[in-house]
Design a protein around this ligand. Sequence first.
Ligand code: FAD
Length: 395
Amino acid sequence: MKYDYLVVGAGLYGAVFAHEKAKQGKSVLVIDKREHVGGNIYTENRMGINVHMYGAHIFHTSDKEVWDYVNNFAEFNNYINSPVAVYKDELYNLPFNMNTFSKMWNIKTPEEAKAIISKQANEEIERMKAEKGTDSFTADNLEEQALSLAGRDIYEKLVKGYTEKQWGRDCKELPAFIIKRLPMRYIYDNNYFNDRYQGIPIGGYTALIEKLLLIGEGTEKVSGSITVKTGIDYYDFVKIEGNVPAQPLSSVNGDEFDNMLFTGMIDEFFGYKLGTLEYRSLRFETEDLPDVDNYQGNAVVNYTEREIPYTRIIEHKHFEYGNGKGTIVTREYPATWKHGDEPYYPMNDEKNNTLFAKYLDLAKEYPNIQFGGRLGAYKYYNMDQVIRAALDMVK
Ligand code: FAD
């Protein structure tokens, strides 16, 4: 077959790109090494519940064009993310807001909360200055930074253990810049995101991706076409030595292409020849509980003490206000990434960003290959940013 485009990766980026190209009349072949489409936003329906198989995904944006775009492919419910945090036998609302402060210190007014936070933060700053023997304060690590911003109570109960689990390191060994600020909301408002639009697609994210990929009944009529093949790794597909891209990208495995979009890891694509980019990974443990109707009363519960190995438990039915029988929960364990693991989060520090820039320079030698998405662009994109970037690339 002859296609205008080969898209590697049937995640959100690849799906938006393929959709827009098909609308322009192009023929597109989309391949993915996983057995399903959707990438990390893939949802699977079990017991009537849409399970977020790669972690909780809440769509939120202030980009009206992106919101209007995504609403062409799904109807969104009115879910508002309001996570709670469990620390030992105490329970707090997130993000840090008057509900959190009132529970922590048994107070009512913003003035009381501000006074306590500022007093605790100043005490910590004075203590650290005295210990270092300096007149001015500069945070040397994440612990010092968080203590100077939020004081002891918030740091110990809500920041320390969670952050240490996320990064797999003691807060004293983490750089201060990871926490630039700790936003405090002095109103009673548990809405985690500040964005104008928010929700969960009714029927799950996989249905949204399928609509983008023109799979199934009732999809948009377009002049081009999309062919989707799952369970195919690009490197098996091209069967070339050393993971170096074919140039020109013409005949691959009997199929012919003029152009390619690659949404996998850019360093892997070039056979790691300039070095290996770093990622953080996760492990998910999902449990079906057919005899429990409501396990934790909220979609997202964070566990902020270090002794509990997971960072959060997701109860999927609450994303869609489900009230049927049974429930499904997922425990999320942060993990250090090594070759072969899923690279969930790019580590956008200076070292990795510099290396990524070198890969981008190398990519310029292959004008018929574009790189995009969380892995191809090595960016900590949310879903709305992925859509925005894919639409911009097509433009
Ligand atoms: P991906 O979804 O990673 O898709 C890339 C695809 O390429 C994958 O399917 C992969 O299998 C395929 N691929 C890679 N290499 C190859 C190869 N060699 N051959 C064939 N196929 C290949 N965003 C939000 O807006 N809200 C949230 O609440 C939110 N929560 C998140 C929670 C977690 C735990 C994670 C990890 C991310 C979260 N995100 C959230 C971000 C969101 O998941 C991403 O923005 C989005 O999924 C990225 O889409 P993508 O297409 O760029 O990448």
